[in-house]
Design a protein. Structure first.
Length: 139
């Protein structure tokens, strides 16, 4: 059995240096995540794939205290987890799971970094992984 990404085209996998896969509009430079077929700002279809920065400041957050509906539900039993927006390169806000669920250990503006984490096991026994952001530990 191996590890599979939760969805193709969201992040580079397998990788020792994983990156989210976004898009950049050639007409107006708007950056999106995930990559879209057309620009939400100017409607151009000239969108190039762009590997996004691995980290940035936490823009806002909350704690998910109840299980999400399928297909977003993870392993059982459910445990609360952090959810937040992380600003990457001042260009795009990415909504993501956070590895930290204690609100006392999170702060708006805190530096976050991309990690790949286990999500669930599929019917074939493969580990399904997803992306999340964790606080950058100093020192």
């Amino acid at each position: 059995m191996g590890s599979l990404p939760v969805a193709e085209g969201l992040f580079t996998w397998p990788s020792d240096d994983p990156r989210l896969i976004g898009g950049r509009c050639r007409s107006c430079d708007t950056v999106t995540f995930p990559k879209q077929g057309s620009c939400p700002r100017c409607a151009s279809t000239e969108v190039d794939e762009r590997l996004l920065d691995r980290g940035g400041p936490l823009w806002t957050f909350t704690v998910q205290g109840f299980p999400p509906k399928a297909p977003y539900a993870g392993p059982e039993p459910f445990t609360p987890y952090g959810v937040g927006y992380v600003e990457l390169a001042g260009q795009v806000l990415v909504e993501s799971r956070l590895t930290e669920s204690d609100p006392a250990r999170l702060a708006i503006g805190a530096e976050m970094e991309l990690v790949i984490v286990p999500f669930r096991r599929d019917d074939a026994g493969n580990d399904v992984v997803t992306f999340a952001f964790r606080p950058v530990r100093r020192g």
